[in-house]
Design a protein around this ligand. Structure first.
Ligand code: URA
Length: 243
């Protein structure tokens, strides 16, 4: 029997194997705009918002997900000794191949983005929307000691980190009213914030990421929760023409 396009679409959404998606299509209650789909005559289309057995699914080519990462989770599909951030996402996201756009350390909290769109991930990780470095990541850093004006100045003027051929600069370094440091970076080196803070003579006691490029962690998004986001601010700009 010929496979119905609807079954292939359901499978592309990570909803199961071909056989499982056949079963969903023929035997589940699927509603589109409040009207139940009749599998004998209807087809599912890209862009549909469906209610399948009480769960809402937007049928899209790619997914873009923003998570509030809690402490104690590894940003890895193969964690060593701790749970994975992927354990916090529903299975259909994993099955369709969602990857994290960069990593946060086990103890770091805050904004972590995921997608199955390679271009979106690449632009976020490379830090480039056009040809310029435009994705700024903003962290809130709790220091072991109060941050000094000299430390902030040194972070912006650039620090020389072991094993890095270039000087690494903070795009911003501001003292917050509660004594924590707001630190912006546009590169993504290994343990970059911790090493930068150590290089100016302090130590990171707690690290929280608040912003990645155009995305800000919603204040009402609880740790371990996630929302889907619009990729347009990252994808809508074509790479700048090189002169
Ligand atoms: N820099 C770090 O040192 N750790 C993180 O988790 C992110 C940036």
């Amino acid at each position: 029997m010929k496979v119905r396009p609807s079954v292939k679409i359901l499978q592309s959404q990570g909803l199961g194997s071909r056989r499982e998606c056949e079963n969903i299509f023929w035997n589940s209650e699927i509603f589109r705009n409040g009207i139940q789909i009749d599998p004998e005559i209807d087809e599912i289309s890209w862009g549909d918002t469906l209610l399948i057995d009480g769960n809402t699914f937007e049928i899209t080519q790619y997914k873009y997900v923003l998570m509030h990462k809690p402490a104690g989770y590894e940003t890895s599909h193969l964690p060593s000794h701790n749970p994975s951030v992927f354990d916090l996402l529903p299975k259909h996201y994993i099955k369709r191949g969602l990857q994290a756009a960069g990593r946060l350390d086990l103890d770091t909290t805050g904004l972590l983005l995921f997608s199955d769109d390679g271009q979106f991930i690449h632009r976020l990780i490379s830090g480039k929307v056009g040809t310029r470095q435009e994705i700024e990541k903003i962290y809130v850093v709790k220091g072991a000691r109060p941050f000094t004006e000299l430390q902030l100045k040194r972070l912006v003027e650039g620090v020389d980190l072991d094993d890095e051929p270039e000087i690494i600069y903070a795009s911003r370094a501001n003292l917050l009213p509660d004594g924590q440091l707001e630190l912006g970076i546009t590169t993504g080196k290994y343990h970059q914030v911790k090493r930068m803070v150590a290089a100016v003579g302090n130590h990171v006691d707690a690290l929280h990421r608040r912003v990645v490029g155009p995305y800000e962690l919603p204040v009402d998004l609880a740790p371990a929760s996630y929302v889907e986001v619009d990729p347009a601010p990252v994808l809508s700009r074509a790479p700048d023409k090189v002169a």
